[in-house]
Design a protein around this ligand. Structure first.
Ligand SMILES: Cc1cc2nc3c(=O)[nH]c(=O)nc-3n(C[C@H](O)[C@H](O)[C@H](O)COP(=O)(O)OP(=O)(O)OC[C@H]3O[C@@H](n4cnc5c(N)ncnc54)[C@H](O)[C@@H]3O)c2cc1C
Length: 303
């Protein structure tokens, strides 16, 4: 998001500031200063856990003082809680879940998916002094940080406890035995695998290429892989360096979860399968013949 922020700031001769809230955030301060002109740090024990009411009270005076032209917030659970409240309080237009932001002729445009990823809409903001956008996670590739941003310590403005909303407990989301969102290589299977008894073939292939096994929705619905391994609109969004789509047709619901993968290799017996339109390499053939051959080739190359 900061790489994108730097690009947008450059296009408008603006500066890029980061606001960092937390209890003890020293380590992040150093890291972030390479990516911004200024890092505004607010530390307090009341900021140990996210609370949109507390964040709001800290951010409102900062935004009023610095008058940013654009505020970028991650489209995370926290961001989705915070951004609309900020937009209302500041009377600023908000566009959520952006997959791109551009400046054209001095005007800001955002791209966001509609109809579950079937089409992309390019939208403009209504005229305002400032804008807010929440940005989809993992959508921009980070560049190396080359800036040496000034670190500015900002006093925590609250003395009273926030009563309207309290932090109770942090519950870690289940990631199962494997977190497919963190893998460099994902080997995804679809209905083309036909039966559960064929999955060991894919496990062996995944082991050979050093990948984790994931699946399309029918594979998960059949109970052949756990829910945490589902890629797509109602599953996980993955961005591995290498993605194998094996016996997957390429429905837009599936593609919306893997379109940002670095290199996509699709194996499908139907040359007209839509997955080939998002693949860098396509193999038209029967997966039960292709996978063993590919596995042997990889082993041969490795040795
Ligand atoms: C609201 C909603 C949310 C959804 N969310 C998701 C989601 O998150 N993720 C998701 O994946 N889907 C999702 N779906 C389902 C989606 O629409 C598709 O039905 C699904 O992605 C199809 O899965 P598939 O490609 O494995 O199966 P199919 O579309 O049946 O494709 C199987 C493919 O395997 C190929 N094949 C068959 N045999 C072989 C063989 N021997 N060798 C090589 N190729 C072979 C066929 O040519 C075919 O292309 C969602 C649907 C809805 C309505």
């Amino acid at each position: 998001m900061l790489t994108k922020g730097k690009e947008l700031a450059g296009a408008t001769s603006a500066e890029l500031d980061v606001v960092l809230l937390g209890k003890t955030v020293g380590d992040f301060t150093k890291l972030l200063s390479a990516y911004a002109n200024r890092v505004l740090v607010v530390e307090d024990k009341k900021l140990k856990n996210f609370n949109s009411s507390t964040y709001l009270e800290v951010l409102l005076p900062l935004i009023t003082e610095h008058t940013p032209g654009l505020i970028l917030i991650g489209h995370t659970g926290f961001g989705m809680d915070l951004a609309p409240r900020l937009a209302i309080e500041l009377d600023m237009p908000l566009i959520t879940d952006c997959t791109d932001l551009t400046i054209e002729d001095g005007n800001l445009f955002a791209t966001r998916e509609m109809y579950g990823g079937k089409i992309n809409a390019k939208v403009s903001f209504c005229k305002s002094q400032g804008y807010i956008a929440t940005v989809r996670q993992g959508i921009f590739s980070p560049e190396e940080g080359t800036l040496k941003g000034e670190v500015v310590s900002v006093a925590f403005p609250l003395t009273e406890e926030i009563e309207e909303k309290k932090f109770l407990e942090y519950v870690e989301a289940a990631v199962g035995d494997v977190d497919i969102t963190q893998a460099d290589t994902v080997v995804a299977i679809g209905r083309g695998i036909k039966e559960e008894k064929n999955i060991p073939l894919i496990n062996e292939f995944a082991e050979t290429v050093g990948g984790v096994v994931a699946g399309s929705r029918p594979v998960i619905d059949s109970g052949w892989l756990p829910k945490e391994r589902q890629v797509g609109q109602s599953g996980k969004t993955v961005k591995p360096k290498l993605y194998f789509a094996i016996g997957i047709s390429g429905s837009f619901q599936h593609v919306s979860g893997m379109r940002s993968a670095g290199l996509v290799v699709a194996i499908n017996k139907d040359a007209g399968a839509p997955i080939f339109s998002v693949a860098d390499y396509g193999i038209v053939g029967d997966l039960f013949k292709v996978i063993p051959t590919l596995k042997d080739k990889v082993k041969e190359t490795k040795s």
